[in-house]
Design a protein around this ligand. Structure first.
Ligand code: 5GP
Ligand code: MG
Length: 180
């Protein structure tokens, strides 16, 4: 796997240090709130497992899965493939995401969960690619791990064609890896 990587963008140590910092903020934010931490599958799983262990207050863990249609005429439409199991009405929700790119998926997830009438929703994304944001997307993540340039990244949960999710760092693929 490593030999398909052109450049390591974020090392394991950099990621863990930033997660520890965000953990301190989130621990303060959610003291006495017993939040529901919602992870959007599958890309978030590695970040989720590390992040949630740095939120040092009681929380409930939950997951959802959506599929987005991201053709050239993308309208930002998505469908829920797996819903959360918690009843979040009146609860504080923290959405964890791997990457905020065009903004379609997260905006959809946010609106979908908002309809369930939670007390609050905040968003924490490991990576943010603001250069790719679609016009009209106004949602802003409350916590951002790293702002990265407009490049397709893999590792630490992020895949190309379902591969590379288990790399412990975030890297940029060599162009020849796409044609494999
Ligand atoms: P959106 O464009 O809706 O903000 O992002 C949707 C999804 O596209 C993300 O959750 C992620 O699964 C995928 N995605 C966006 N940018 C990248 C990237 O650089 N690398 C990988 N592996 N997936 C990405
Ligand atoms: Mg993905």
């Amino acid at each position: 796997m490593d030999r398909d990587i052109k450049e390591v963008l974020l090392t394991e140590a950099q990621i863990q240090a930033r997660i520890a910092e965000m953990g301190e903020e989130l621990t303060r934010e959610y003291a006495d709130k017993y939040p529901v931490v919602v992870g959007v599958l599958k890309g978030v799983v590695v970040f989720y497992a590390d992040m949630v262990r740095q939120i040092k207050v009681p929380c409930e863990m939950d997951f959802m899965a959506i599929s987005s249609y991201s053709g050239t005429n993308s309208t930002g439409k998505a469908v829920v493939k797996k819903d959360i199991s918690a009843d979040i009405k009146g609860r504080h929700v923290l959405i964890l995401e791997d990457i905020y790119d065009t903004g379609n998926s997260l905006s959809f997830t946010y609106d979908y969960l908002m309809e369930k009438e939670p007390a609050s929703i905040k968003i924490c994304t490991l990576l943010d690619k603001p250069a790719r944001r679609k016009p009209g997307i106004t949602l802003k993540p409350d916590y951002v791990g790293f702002t990265i340039p407009d490049a397709f990244v893999v590792g630490y949960g992020l895949d190309f064609d379902e591969k590379y999710r288990n790399l412990p760092y975030v890297g940029i693929l060599k162009p020849e890896a796409y044609s494999k």
